[in-house]
Ligand binder design. Sequence first.
Ligand SMILES: Nc1ncnc2c1ncn2[C@@H]1O[C@H](COP(=O)(O)OP(=O)(O)O)[C@@H](O)[C@H]1O
Ligand SMILES: Cc1ncsc1CCOP(=O)(O)O
Ligand SMILES: [Mg+2]
Length: 264
Amino acid sequence: MELSAGVWESLKAVRERSPLVHNITNYVVMNNTANALLAVGASPAMVHAREEVADFAVLSQALVVNIGTLSPDWVEGMRLAVHAARQARVPWVLDPVGAGATRYRTTTSAELARQAPAVIRGNASEVLAMAGEAGATRGVDSTRSSDASLEAARGLASRLGTVVAVTGKTDYVTDGSRVVAVDNGHPLMARVTGMGCTASALVGAFLAVEPDAVLAAARALAVLGLAGELAAEQSKGPGSLQLHLLDALYTLDEATVRARARVR
Ligand SMILES: Nc1ncnc2c1ncn2[C@@H]1O[C@H](COP(=O)(O)OP(=O)(O)O)[C@@H](O)[C@H]1O
Ligand SMILES: Cc1ncsc1CCOP(=O)(O)O
Ligand SMILES: [Mg+2]
């Protein structure tokens, strides 16, 4: 199948099956992420207590672990959720927010990355840091282009036997040998916090309906990027972009997806 053509099939499947997506994510983005998952047709739940994460992970069709506002209790919850998800063969996504900025973020990301995530989705700085390049990260935003981290993404994917999705102007998804690029998106997206976190959450929803993790991630990123383009056409700035993005995710139709998804 031509790569862009599969985007609609997966979006349709998410809408029809409404997968339950378990998120352990950060305080900053919980609301945006849950709303984006609902808008795309999935069913979000934000569940992080150590006492319940394992039970919840096995009820879900995908787990998304985002270390954005990590603390020891939460990291323990992440470990328990990932362990349960792996046992139950529930695919899971790692978002290593701010990897490289502090030792705690870098070591926690590295530890979780060894637990067979289906996809690691990060920005260029985070992927470079996870690949071992010191000094690539300043905070949670990227200082590098996705192009500059593609080789690091390939190496990381090969080393871990996983799929790495590095986002930015162009998004790249790789398992170390295959590389799929997604050209959808808009620069205004980088001015709204939680856009990458939303990307990771949508990757979770698409993994629930598409077992090929490279395709699932690329299709999710195409949907988010295209929704971002449509939203930007109606927005004066980041505030209205956030609002219009949810409407665009909800109203995306087959003709628009087939005409404008740019996956190669
Ligand atoms: N300059 C840009 N042009 C087009 N799309 C962008 C740009 N920057 C970010 N995006 C899009 O915004 C989403 C979030 O990515 P990114 O900003 O890389 O993550 P993070 O928020 O984790 O730093 C991705 O889907 C990406 O394609
Ligand atoms: C600002 C911030 N600080 C800690 S987590 C977070 C959200 C980061 O979200 P994203 O990586 O999607 O921009
Ligand atoms: Mg991020």
